[in-house]
Design a protein around this ligand. Structure first.
Ligand code: NAD
Length: 439
């Protein structure tokens, strides 16, 4: 099938390359010329494991092209919309200006019967509004929300847990769209991926609800971490124990610095804002707590550093290991790690930051922080080491060797990802969120 992917960021670039991998003929469109030039030469402008190889393969077949020219979408049967939907400055709601701009730029090249498929995460009601906006074109609008995780984006795109189709109301059009989407994802469906077909509103809400649930699960365990800290209990043992209950499950119960990135924080806020507009704001007031618990973890990590360093971080040298919002990503949008590094610097600490992939993005956001290329440079003569993103590079550190390089062996495990017993045995004072002070 011939298709367009509009917006070639984390989601769109992966989607475009994955669709070409499935055998489709794909044009990726973005307004960012530098991004398009990089993608066209097979160099993703962000880090995602496996994407360079996937891009190379797809570009070599000639089935994948990138352009800034919307005219190249003309004649394609399906147009995916994968542009950003960030939080509005100074408000909780999502900013839909990129979705509207993409629809307006696409409209002149649409022909009757074309299918416009939203993949971006949007407030419920957006798909129907977009259909009205595009009414004169004769195109049909569907919504097919995306659930990929950065770091696993290709696997999640090619082998998702489920496909959700938000379909138009009119029965003929509904059947046609369903058949077209089944054709788009034929290979994925043949692998056994379940399809959930709904109306437009339900599909939009499925994505908001999934993110709200995941955020709640993380904040739940982080709330337990707060109580564990007050009671001298251990949240990692607590999570293991409650996680054995199949109704609860152990996944997403890792206490630590909490969630960040370009999705969960802004999505739960946009969800609250939209519920308010719909007169259902009371239904989601708990998400305000979820957000607040999450943000408190960042200050708590700074407090832990201050406590460990005798009441102040002023003038102390702190090695910050990890800046990305999660491992296997270079994404620092609303990153808890970067936020903690910035808070420490504001309080007068001399912070040396390391990350395997996210230094350039971090420097763009916080040019005033100091960045180093190696772990060794970060920890040399440090008064404390803080692990803030659970990269394998840090999990695998040898605490015995590291102890020889620092000024004092104090480690703060912001992600509960280190072997506390091994670090303590190597002479470190080990502190972590939600864990007792001593072994
Ligand atoms: P991103 O910022 O990396 O990419 C968005 C892209 O859209 C940018 O490259 C931007 O230049 C482009 N763009 C903006 N306006 C445009 C226009 N008028 N025409 C063409 N391109 C335009 O964002 P992202 O992380 O890829 O997220 C995109 C959407 O997908 C968001 O709604 C997000 O919530 C959702 N989503 C993201 C993920 C993820 O893990 N990143 C997962 C699921 C869903």
């Amino acid at each position: 099938m011939r298709m367009t992917v509009i917006g070639c960021g984390y989601l769109g670039a992966v989607h475009a390359a994955s669709m070409a991998e499935l055998g489709h003929d794909v044009v990726g469109i973005d307004v960012d010329e530098a991004k398009i030039a990089a993608l066209a030469s097979g160099l993703p402008p962000f880090f995602e494991p496996g994407l360079p190889e996937l891009l190379d393969r797809a570009l070599a077949t000639g089935r994948l092209r990138f352009t800034t020219d919307y005219a190249e979408a003309r004649g394609n049967a399906v147009h995916f919309v994968a542009v950003g939907t960030p939080q509005q400055p100074g408000a909780l709601a999502a900013d839909l200006k990129y979705v509207h701009a993409a629809a307006d730029a696409l409209a002149p090249v649409l022909t009757p019967g074309d299918l416009v498929v939203g993949k971006s995460t949007v407030p419920v009601g957006t798909a129907r509004a977009l259909a009205a906006r595009l009414e004169g074109t004769g195109a049909v609008v569907a919504w097919n929300p995306e659930f990929l995780r950065e770091g696993f984006a290709i696997e999640d795109t090619l082998h998702p847990d489920r496909l959700v189709y938000g379909l138009p109301d009119e029965p003929d059009s509904r059947d046609l769209v369903r058949a077209t989407l089944d054709e788009v994802y034929a290979a994925t469906i043949a692998d056994g991926t379940p399809v959930v077909a709904t109306d437009l509103e339900t599909a939009e809400l499925v994505k908001s609800a999934a993110n709200a649930f995941l955020a709640t699960k993380i904040s739940f365990i982080n709330a337990m971490a707060e109580v564990c800290e007050a009671a001298g209990a251990d949240v990692t043992q607590l999570a293991d124990a409650i996680g054995h209950d199949a109704r609860i499950g152990r996944r997403f119960l890792n206490a630590g610095l909490g969630f960040g990135g370009g999705c969960l924080p802004k999505d739960i806020r946009a969800f609250m804002a939209r519920a308010g507009e719909l007169g259902a704001d009371q239904a989601l007031t708990f998400l305000r707590e979820v957000d607040q618990i999450n943000m408190r973890r960042r200050s708590r990590a700074v407090d832990l550093a201050r406590e460990a360093l005798g009441g102040s971080v002023l003038g102390r040298k702190i090695a910050v290991l990890g800046l990305a919002f999660k491992p296997d990503s270079d994404d620092v949008r609303d990153s808890p790690a970067l936020n903690v590094a910035a808070q420490l610097a504001l309080q007068g600490a001399s912070v040396l930051c390391h990350d395997p992939r996210a230094i350039e993005n971090s420097r763009r956001r916080f040019p005033e922080l100091s960045y180093v290329a190696t772990i060794a440079e970060a920890v040399r003569d440090a008064d404390a080491v803080m692990v803030l993103t659970e990269w394998n590079d840090y999990r695998e550190l040898d605490p015995v060797l590291l102890a020889e390089q620092v000024a004092q062996p104090i480690v703060i495990d912001g992600r509960n990802c280190l072997d506390s017993a091994a670090w303590r045995a190597a002479g470190w004072r080990y502190r972590a969120l939600g864990r007792p002070r001593e072994a």
